[in-house]
Design a protein around this ligand. Structure first.
Ligand code: 5GP
Length: 189
């Protein structure tokens, strides 16, 4: 396959979604839309942010082998990457971006050892907290849960060896440029 598969992970509130959207625009890349069993937030659109499906439907897709990777995240909800669009885009030589968590990235790494793994980090925990609170999507308890997980996840990200790059997201534009440079370097390799 000719394309390049990029997995972007990082703690909640670090700005992954914004970075991935801008990177996808700049590289004319496919930004994969995941399936999830988590309830839709009010600003989210089905088919744009996620495909919101039932647990039964999710399990059916797993059985069909229609997902590349999947994981159970906060609150026990399932998230997964639909295989078909990703495989097609890679076959067409495109860059494909997956915004997924660590366990998913580990699965992708096994299947596509040549993937590029990027772990985004927040400049400070305080900054991350204010972004989460500002987003107002989660209850205070959920914010606390996400923050305490952030530290633990960072250690896991380093230990799992699926990520070659750890990038501090201090400034979105700079981060996007850095990721663009990483992908272009891979394209030249
Ligand atoms: P949120 O519910 O805030 O949209 O996302 C929660 C977490 O799930 C984020 O860390 C996000 O990167 C991760 N995630 C989203 N889609 C997928 C997916 O398809 N697979 C995996 N493994 N994680 C995902």
């Amino acid at each position: 396959m000719g394309g390049i598969l990029v997995c972007v992970s990082g703690p909640s509130g670090v700005g992954k979604t914004t970075v991935c959207k801008r990177l996808a625009q700049r590289l004319d890349a496919l930004l994969s839309v995941s399936i999830t069993t988590r309830p839709r937030r009010s600003h989210e659109v089905d088919g744009r942010d996620y495909w919101f499906i039932s647990r039964k439907e999710f399990e059916r897709r797993l059985e069909q082998g229609a997902v590349i990777e999947h994981a159970q995240v906060y609150g026990g909800h399932y998230y997964g990457t639909p295989a078909e669009p990703v495989i097609e885009a890679l076959a067409a030589g495109r860059v494909v971006i997956l915004e997924i968590e660590i366990n998913g990235t580990i699965q992708v790494k096994r299947r596509f050892p040549d993937m590029v793994g990027v772990y985004l980090t927040a400049p400070t925990t305080e900054e991350q907290r204010s972004r989460l609170v500002g987003r107002a999507a989660d209850s205070p308890a959920a914010v606390a849960e996400r923050l305490s997980k952030a530290e633990q996840e960072m250690g896991q990200a380093r230990a799992c060896r699926a990520y070659q790059y750890f990038v501090v997201n201090q400034d979105v534009e700079k981060t996007v440029l850095e990721l663009e440079r990483i992908v272009q370097e891979k394209q030249r390799a």
